[in-house]
Design a protein around this ligand. Sequence first.
Ligand code: UT7
Length: 333
Amino acid sequence: MSSYRSRILGVGAYVPPRVVTNHELASLMETSNEWIIERTGIEERRWVSDGQTGAQMAAKASEQALERAGVPAQDVDMIIYATLSPDYNFPGTGVFVQRLLGLKEIPCLDIRQQCTGFIYGLSIADSFIRSGQYKNILVIGSEIHSSGIDVTTRGRDVAVLFGDGAGAALVGRAVDDQQLILSTHLHADGSEAEILWTEYPASCHNPRITVEAMNEAKHFPRMVGKKVFKHAVTRMPQAIMEGMVKNQVQLKDIDMVIPHQANLRINQMVAQMIGLPPEKMHNNIQKYGNTTAASIPICMNEAIELGKIQRGHLVCLVAFGAGLTWGSVFLRY
Ligand code: UT7
């Protein structure tokens, strides 16, 4: 049995320069800055332009994570790429990041757990490092939503929520118990998978997409918002409590909670439900919207840059998303 443990060596993030304000969206559909801010907290988000790809954003975030870790790209043993918006149907986007970073023949694993993707990715990386098989693993969340949302009034409930961006963490071997991934907690329940999904194009339909399906907007994400909201405010507190029990820690011991950025109201409600003081939760959905698998590393990166997360801090990452999937990671940064 190997006795290796893992830790986060460095974190990086990248968002495209184009800022899309709520006012700009209100010029495309019947919505308003006031409605979006009141219901979601979002003020603006970023959209790619000039043909920028998810892999390109991921490579930029990864380069920053590697630089901060002080690890050369050539020492990366594996890429785990979490996304619900792969650049292409296949192959997975991880290989394009591998190519951009100039890495050769290391395994690239694309995973599909939507907003919980980064949590699943960290858990997989932790397991590979604990097993002794790999030493340095890049875990990436990268998303382009702007090319896949219905920016008409028909799709406004979803379109105003999402943004583009990427975040990455280099996970490596721990050397002591001051910087350590302590535990990971993963869950899924497919019984209501269709309350948040994109149905077309799909291999279970032949042909995979039709003009009729497109006319019915079935190639855009669809969500039963209120149901998803209720699940989110149930599952995220559960995932936080699960990690607290596992690690025998109390709320006062936690330095910072980084929740998935789906809706500021959800996160405020989660904090209130478990009695977490607001200053112990960092949110930045106001600036970036919901970037699904990228939201946790983008938010964690900002909290580190602001000094809200420091080396040795006890940090809880927690997410909920389509699938339905949810989970948490407890770590000493
Ligand atoms: O990251 C994955 C997880 N995702 C989530 O956790 C999202 C969870 N759900 C939510 O955050 C909220 O349900 C939303 C923000 C999506 C929607 O907020 P809501 O308070 O649940 O609103 P609603 O869907 O019940 O809609 C209320 C009204 C409706 O009008 P009527 O039927 O009352 O006349 C909607 O048509 O607001 C209308 N509406 C809008 N109005 C202006 C829906 N979207 C918009 C919009 N602008 N963008």
